[in-house]
Design a protein around this ligand. Structure first.
Ligand SMILES: Nc1ncnc2c1ncn2[C@@H]1O[C@@H]2COP(=O)(O)O[C@H]2[C@H]1O
Ligand SMILES: [Zn+2]
Length: 526
């Protein structure tokens, strides 16, 4: 029986992407790794991917014919997608009005937001804090917290649209003056978005928690991607908003600021002279979206935790790249729901979805050695040819991996904050494991695994080897040199903070060991 069954009942799930099981890998290239689950195809359709969507569309079209709440005027909508959209809108109208009667004091838009998340199966998200608090106090605080969160999200949307649309405030009260000042500073920061000392924490505060949406819109503009892919700006904004909102703001580390930080870093890497001229608009599009969405809906606990608590996602993805598969499938779900790519030929959309999968799955830290060794081999043989799409894809995977673990390469002040945040998340998991009599995962015991020990170990075992190779690839690069300088200084700083007599290597991060242990665990689980 699942360890936390009862506590992780139907109310405490991560969103289900609703797109089925298949962690389908992109075809062909050896760098893309093995095809794990061959897709079942039928008449050219990948059943595992397409069938649930098809069923939804058929159901929607059927209901639309019967005449849903708002389908009367729109029934002539000719495509399946339109029919589904109409019915969904209808459902939402219906639910909105019910909500209005139920709770007059609630803002309609806020509730519609909740309903949207319900419809996507993402509601309520896993919330380990609430899980713990409510178990401890026996209270159910959900509705109040949710209301607050959604009220704040409305406020955020409003602020973002002002920043992006350059709208003048209607009111000249002091609050707005203050906000304008913030927005002016945020806009100023965006003009320096390609600099390595970009302070994402400050940017997030200045944009009122909208760093990811604001950054993505700005970068899409810089690269002219909206024009190139003929994107609908409303759908684009909706997609970015969904991604940002599906990060858990209560996670100390795996939240939307981490996603924005990784996105800003990958932008710096894409600008490297070695790469910039070789990249196609599609490469840039994929790199930015993969960075923004690579940890979406992260529950704040790691894969071994999901495996040992027998979370349904662990069995869905067969205990392999569980979180990364979920981040990818959720991204695909949001892309489809937003309709952002609906105007593109199906074949292109399929390639985009698969390549996003290949990029996001590469961020699985347990595959670090696999990628590092391949990268090293290519550099030794000097056989990377960026005119070849598969080689560019491999470099995009490496760039995303670098961006994902680049926090030790930031200046000390930024790096320290990330280090403390990630350790806080590990330690919270450890507390939860102790609470439920589970074995405490490596690095998660706050009584044993100190922040300086985790940090110095992580830098030595994971970050340093990777950035040394990245430096070789980008050479000569001022940015890579700057990153390595920071990394060495930060490592020395953490080692100085270690308790006297404690060596970093004694308490090291030991990723390889934890991954091996995890594989052992996988074998034990039916
Ligand atoms: N500064 C750090 N210290 C320890 N672990 C880290 C640090 N930065 C990143 N990581 C780990 O590396 C992982 C990379 O993928 P994730 O972002 O999913 O989760 C990240 C953390 O588990
Ligand atoms: Zn990440």
């Amino acid at each position: 029986m699942p360890v936390l069954e009862g506590h992780w009942g139907s109310d405490l799930r991560m969103r289900d992407s609703g797109l089925g099981v298949c962690p389908e890998e992109p075809p062909g290239s050896p760098e893309w790794g093995p095809l794990r689950t061959p897709p079942v195809t039928c008449g050219g359709l990948s059943l595992t991917l397409e069938l649930p969507a098809l069923i939804r569309q058929l159901r929607a079209a059927w209901r639309a014919r019967k005449g849903g709440p708002c389908s009367r005027e729109k029934r002539h909508g000719s495509t399946w997608v339109e029919a589904e959209k109409e019915v969904e809108e209808g459902k939402q109208d219906e639910e909105n009005s019910r909500a209005h009667l139920e709770a007059k004091s609630r803002l309609n838009t806020a509730h519609a937001d909740v309903l949207l998340a319900k419809r996507r199966g993402s509601y309520p998200p896993i919330d380990l804090h609430i899980l713990r608090n409510s178990i401890q106090s026996g209270e159910t605080e959900f509705s109040t917290k949710r209301q607050m969160k959604h009220l704040l999200s409305i406020q955020r949307c409003y602020h973002t649209s002002r920043l992006l649309g350059g709208l003048a405030p209607h009111d000249s009260g002091s609050l707005y003056l203050l906000d304008d000042d913030y927005l002016g500073q945020a806009a100023h920061m965006l003009s320096k978005v390609g600099t390595w000392n970009f302070d994402i924490f400050l940017f997030d505060r200045l944009t009122n928690g909208n760093s990811l949406v604001t950054l993505m819109c700005h970068l899409f503009n810089i690269y002219d991607l909206i024009h190139h892919f003929q994107l609908d700006i409303v759908k684009l904004h909706r997609f970015f908003g969904m991604v940002q909102k599906d990060y858990h703001s209560q996670n100390p580390y795996h939240n939307a600021i981490h996603a924005a930080d990784v996105t800003q870093a990958i932008y710096c890497y894409l600008k490297e002279p070695k790469l910039a001229d070789q990249l196609s608009p599609l490469d840039v599009f994929l790199g930015l979206i993969a960075a923004a969405a690579h940890d979406v809906d992260h529950p704040g606990v790691n894969q071994p935790f999901l495996i040992k608590t027998r979370h349904h996602l662990a069995s869905l993805y067969q205990n392999t790249s569980v979180l990364e598969s979920h981040h990818w499938r959720s991204t695909v779900g949001m892309l489809r729901e937003s309709g952002l790519l609906a105007h593109l030929p199906a074949e292109i959309t399929r390639v985009i979805e698969q390549q996003l999968g290949s990029l996001i799955l590469a961020t699985d830290i347990c595959r670090q050695n696999e990628f590092l060794l391949t990268f090293r081999e290519h550099l030794d043989n000097q056989d990377l040819d960026l005119l070849e799409a598969s080689h560019r894809h491999f470099i995009l995977q490496i760039a995303l991996k670098c961006a994902d673990v680049c926090n030790p390469c930031r200046s000390w002040e930024l790096s320290r904050q990330w280090g403390e945040r990630v350790c806080e998340e590990f330690h919270k998991q450890g507390e939860l494991e102790k609470k439920f009599d589970l074995e405490v995962s490596p690095q998660c015991d706050h009584q044993v695994d100190s922040v300086p020990a985790i940090q110095s170990g992580f830098i030595s075992c994971i970050a340093e080897p990777l950035f040394e190779e990245w430096n070789r690839f980008t050479h000569p690069s001022l940015l890579s040199q700057t990153m390595l300088d920071h990394l060495h200084k930060n490592k020395a700083h953490w080692i100085r903070l270690l308790n006297p007599g404690t060596l970093a290597e004694e308490q090291t991060y030991a990723c390889a060991e934890s991954c091996d242990a995890e594989k052992g665990e996988r074998k034990n689980i039916p």
